[in-house]
Design a protein around this ligand. Structure first.
Ligand SMILES: C[S@@+](CC[C@H](N)C(=O)[O-])C[C@H]1O[C@@H](n2cnc3c(N)ncnc32)[C@H](O)[C@@H]1O
Length: 280
């Protein structure tokens, strides 16, 4: 079961903000001129990047008056996208302090500091009152959290009755040992995958009603094929990309992920659930 320090140390880079600023500069941008879309190659740390975020979040029907919680927000890419696209207010929490600190600076670079608040916290003990949020979502976070029931219970507690939850995680869909490292863990000790049925059972037990489940393996394979095609024609990695977050082992992590998906062991899966207005 992944321990908190193991998870945070897996994701900690050390000089992330400098690396992002250098990448932006190479692209002819600066903190003064950067927009939300400029950061998308590096701040959307999940399969399919911005395209996946857009597809996933559009299903949550987020309104401009909503207060949204981004659980395991990382650098806050999806938080900034939500604030800009839907005009909502966003709170993001993440275990990795460096992501929260860098993400907070990125919010100010793109002029969204007044609408997004990021804070270091554990998704299994969210430091927010009951029914504080209209929408709650999580992108590629559950793979690091062993106790899905405790997680589901916290997500349910902080969501308003009638509110909607979205989960987009890598889940176990078949048997066989995984190849490591993968983007979310260097070894099996850091990984805590569960099957869609286990997620749904945990959600059901705490009072959610699951309304949609979608396996995004086909989309993922196409995404990785396009990534591969671009890499083959490029002289090197782009100035901004997820290789900055994944470090030297990025090619191995991505290669193992592609292998694990194509062998049917894991898949990126979307789940949408509702918190009924009256508990059933
Ligand atoms: C693969 S990254 C995804 C980040 C972000 N959601 C995105 O899509 O760009 C996984 C993130 O989950 C965070 N995380 C893992 N376990 C967590 C926990 N128990 N509570 C809060 N955040 C957690 C990590 O720190 C990391 O930032």
């Amino acid at each position: 079961m992944p321990d908190e320090n193991l998870v945070a140390s897996h994701y900690t880079h050390g000089s992330l903000l400098d690396a992002i600023a250098s990448g932006l500069e190479e692209l002819g941008r600066s903190p003064e001129t950067a927009g939300v879309d400029d950061l998308a190659p590096v701040d959307e740390f999940h399969i399919g990047g911005r395209v996946a975020t857009e597809h996933f979040l559009d299903q949550l029907a987020i309104g401009s008056g909503d207060h949204v919680l981004d659980v395991g927000c990382g650098l806050g890419g999806a938080s900034r996208f939500s604030a800009e696209r839907y005009g909502c207010r966003v709170t993001g929490i993440d275990l990795t302090r460096e992501y929260v600190e860098a993400g907070t600076v990125l919010n100010s670079w793109v002029g969204l500091a007044d609408r997004i608040h990021l804070e270091q916290a554990d998704a299994s003990a969210i430091p927010c009152p009951e029914a504080a949020f209209d929408r709650v979502y999580m992108l590629h976070v559950g793979m690091n959290i062993a106790d899905k029931h405790a997680l589901a219970s916290e997500l349910h507690r902080v969501l308003k009755p009638g509110g909607r939850l979205g989960i987009y995680d890598v889940m176990r869909v078949g048997d066989g040992d995984l190849e490591f490292p993968v983007p979310w863990a260097g070894s099996p000790e850091g990984s805590s995958l569960a099957r869609p049925d286990e997620y749904k059972q945990a959600l059901d037990e705490v009072g959610f009603r699951v309304t949609m489940e979608r396996d995004r393996s086909g989309f993922a394979q196409q995404f990785f094929a396009e990534l591969q095609a671009r890499a083959e024609t490029a002289a090197g990695p782009p100035p901004l990309g997820l290789h900055i977050l994944m470090g030297e082992t990025a090619p191995t992590k991505v290669g193992n992920m592609v292998e694990n998906i194509s062998r049917g062991r894991v898949a990126p899966v979307e789940l949408i659930a509702e918190k009924p207005v009256q508990a059933s």
